[in-house]
Design a protein around this ligand. Structure first.
Ligand code: F6P
Length: 320
């Protein structure tokens, strides 16, 4: 293998830069040339590639976002878009592509592999919704960001004896809400994986907590559950506690990656290049029980991640 490319695709995630750095440095160290593709699959379609050197990935390990830029590319899903992307790879002699992104990006990697360009996926998403992988790159940082923000909300909720309903990202998954909700001691955590009994799990819990002398509350809601403003109104009406809704939004995707995400990204980036060198393709790197493993992308995309009910129940038992 003489030339590979690396791209970041889909929603950005803190730690993507650390993954790109690891891919570039590992490849160069193994005598392989590396191109950085600009703006994900769009860069392959438009032939926006830059040769990477050891120094082009200096001073990025600590930076959020992605120096390669990112995009969601509807054009890549068309026959014409795919044809142009494959032509770009052939024109530059690219023999393999490392794709840093989430499930949508892996579908693109699957298609590219089927068109003769071997791809390896590195799971980068704050949603932590890649079933074969216990922790995706960006998830730990995003959880820490949510905790930092909610700690600030707690100060003002406590001062006013209020309830704060906080919406966090996660698309259709509740991992970020669950982990951050547990870390901030939320009175209730609402996730799309589990239905919520409004009276029993919110109103009664708030009342019981109030009876023991605590008069401020955090209700953590995954965006997949939706309508936090309506929920805040319902809570205020049912409990009489003044309630405010806060949508944390894209702030959760930014910021310097945590040590954990940097290390994970460095390990996965290195692993991905070695897989390409071994002739593997259509695989996604994952971490399980602290060990790097890899899965066929088709298999990985078909897997379902079981919701961590135990963690959910523990959070519920002690947040009173
Ligand atoms: O997948 C990451 C994510 O941040 C989701 O949590 C969220 O639903 C989505 O991306 C937002 O996408 P966009 O940045 O395109 O609005």
């Amino acid at each position: 293998m003489k030339k590979i490319a690396v791209l970041t695709s889909g929603g950005d995630a803190p730690g993507m830069n650390a993954a790109v750095r690891a891919v570039v440095r590992t490849a160069l160290n193994q005598g392989i040339e590396v191109f950085g593709v600009i703006r994900g699959y769009n860069g392959l379609i438009k032939d926006e590639l830059i040769p990477m050197s050891l120094r082009s990935v200096s001073d990025i390990i600590h930076r959020g976002g992605t120096v390669l830029y990112t995009a969601r590319s509807p054009e890549f899903c068309t026959e014409e878009g795919m044809r142009k992307a494959v032509e770009t790879c052939h024109r530059h002699g690219i023999e393999g592509v490392v794709v840093c992104g989430g499930d949508g990006s892996f579908r693109g990697a699957q298609d590219l592999t089927n068109h003769g360009i071997p791809c390896i996926g590195i799971p980068c998403t704050i949603d932590n919704d890649i079933a074969c992988c216990e922790s995706t790159i960006g998830y730990d940082t995003a959880a820490n960001t949510v905790v930092e923000m909610v700690d600030k909300l707690r100060d003002t909720s406590q001062s006013h004896d209020r309830c704060s309903v906080v919406e966090v990202m996660g698309r259709h998954a509740g991992w970020l809400a669950l982990t951050a909700g547990m870390a901030v001691g939320a009175t209730a955590i609402l996730v799309p994986e589990r239905s919520c009994d409004f009276q029993r799990e919110i109103v009664d819990r708030m009342r019981n907590t109030s009876n023991t002398g605590k008069h401020h509350f955090i209700i953590m809601v995954a965006e997949g559950v939706g309508h936090v403003s309506e929920l805040a109104e319902r809570i205020e009406e049912a409990t009489g506690v003044e309630t405010r809704a806060t949508v944390l939004g894209h702030v959760q995707r930014g910021g310097s990656p945590s040590a954990r995400d940097r290390v994970l990204a460095s390990q996965m980036g290195n692993y991905a290049v070695h897989m390409l060198m071994e002739g593997k393709s259509n695989r996604v790197v994952a971490i399980q029980a602290n060990k790097l493993v890899d899965y066929d992308i088709n298999e990985a995309l078909a897997m379902k991640k079981p919701f961590n009910l135990k963690k959910f129940e523990v959070a519920k038992e002690i947040s009173i």
